[in-house]
Design a protein around this ligand. Structure first.
Ligand code: CAA
Length: 385
């Protein structure tokens, strides 16, 4: 077992850290306040090929399609500076571009993937509805066949990147299979007539990332835009989320790391009772707990990435990583605010933003309770290997 990153991965980490500190950090607070991603950063991100991380070079990507650990490193470093950006690129890459790369036809790759990989178009994965989310099978948005086309009707809510996306993966109901709904995933171009963006959400955290309601009224999608096979949508969704969870876990590791670093810095600088507060055991214990939680989360996240790259079953580990990493980020952000005292509640210090962002991660792309369900299902059905 080798715990060391390769020279190439170390270099990637360094370059991404420098990029995030130079371009994202100066505008992170303003973007959080305005609830908008900075357009200059968006252009820089494209130049760095961060929208094509998981895609091979032949489709315009960075060529890290079989190096999920490198995807984690990039997502972690971006997440260390700004969760809004790590969820934007993370969702785009992991649950939109990568599924088209992995499950799409050559025609779909030519038509959709190249623009996604280059960042010319932003992608979103659209599952959640008013009555579906945790219950992934509860989707009601319908797709009805009409000749060589399918007509989509219904709406999605809480779609990450929804309002800025030009390419969507939409989970739709295409029939009933005995007692179960038959779901199918469609690739939808947002220029298609009948599609519109509804309410843009005003959120607690990751505020600069776009989260929107999406409305489909008689949206006609050609048959060739089906991802995978008709009726395979549920299992495909589960597989897509297995990979997406690695991305969320990585962003949480970055966020937890940021909270830890801010706490160490503050504990060394802040003087009370005649000495830096880092000399007090109460503060030291919080810092130790944070460091252990973040490092444990990092190891689990990297293990999920490793299993994925080895072509092994990684669904159990990615759910564990998402659960442990989001709870580590929340704990670290909570304790960081506590260590900062009154300043931890003020917008002048980034830990206030970390706290709000961390809460998001325990909920989006599957709540902690859902991760526990997924973990238990796997253990109870498959046992131990
Ligand atoms: N890979 C492949 N197949 C899988 C699978 C996986 N990971 N997980 C389940 N399956 C298969 C099962 O083998 C089973 O197959 P058979 O019918 O042939 O036996 C079938 O799928 C059904 O599996 P389950 O019985 O486990 O299904 P369930 O209904 O009990 O699943 C659940 C329950 C696990 C909670 C599932 O609904 C789930 O994962 N829900 C969470 C969804 C989620 O994370 N939502 C968050 C919103 S997405 C989001 O936030 C996007 C965004 O914008 C960021």
């Amino acid at each position: 077992m080798d715990f060391l990153l390769t020279d190439q991965q170390m270099m990637l980490k360094k370059i991404t850290r420098e990029f995030a500190e130079e371009y994202i950090a100066p505008v992170a607070e303003e973007s959080d306040e305005n609830q908008e991603l900075d357009p200059t950063v968006m252009e820089k991100m494209k130049e760095m090929n961060y929208f094509g991380t998981c895609i091979s070079e032949e489709y315009g990507g960075a060529g890290l399609h079989d190096d999920t650990l490198s995807f984690c490193i990039i997502t972690e470093e971006i997440g260390r500076i700004d969760t809004s950006w790590s969820i934007t690129t993370g969702v785009h890459c992991s649950v939109c571009a990568y599924p088209i790369y992995k499950f799409g036809t050559e025609e779909q790759k030519q038509q959709f993937l190249i623009d996604l990989a280059k960042g010319n178009k932003i992608g979103a994965f659209c599952l959640t509805e008013a009555n579906a989310g945790s219950d992934a099978a509860g989707v009601q948005l319908s797709a009805v066949k009409d000749g060589d086309e399918w007509i989509l009707n219904g709406s999605k809510i809480f779609a990450t990147n929804g309002g800025i996306a030009k390419t969507l993966l939409v989970v739709a109901k295409t029939g009933e299979k005995e007692t179960r709904k038959e779901l199918t995933i469609f690739i939808v171009d947002t220029e298609t007539p009948g599609y519109s963006v509804g309410v843009k959400e005003d959120k607690l955290g990751a505020r600069a990332s776009n989260t929107s309601e999406l409305v489909f009224q008689d949206v006609r999608v050609p048959q060739e835009n089906i991802l995978g096979k008709i009726g395979d949508g549920f299992k495909l969704t589960m597989q897509i989320l297995d990979f997406g969870r690695i991305s969320i876990a990585a962003q949480c590791v970055g966020l937890g790391q940021a909270a830890l670093e801010a706490s160490v810095k503050y504990a060394n600088e802040r003087v009370q009772f005649g000495r830096p507060i880092g000399r007090f055991q109460g503060i030291q214990w919080m810092i130790s707990n944070m460091a252990c939680a973040v490092e444990s989360a990092r190891l689990l996240t990297y293990k999920a990435a490793y299993l994925c790259d080895k072509g092994m079953d990684y669904g159990l580990t990615s759910a564990m990583a998402k659960l442990v990493a989001s709870e580590a980020a929340m704990q670290a952000a909570h304790d960081a605010c506590q260590i900062h005292g009154g300043y931890g509640l003020m917008k002048a210090y980034p830990v206030e933003r970390y706290f709000r962002d961390a809460k998001m991660t325990e909920i989006y792309e599957g709540t902690s309770e859902i991760q526990r369900l997924v973990i238990a299902h796997q253990l109870l059905r498959k046992g131990f290997k």
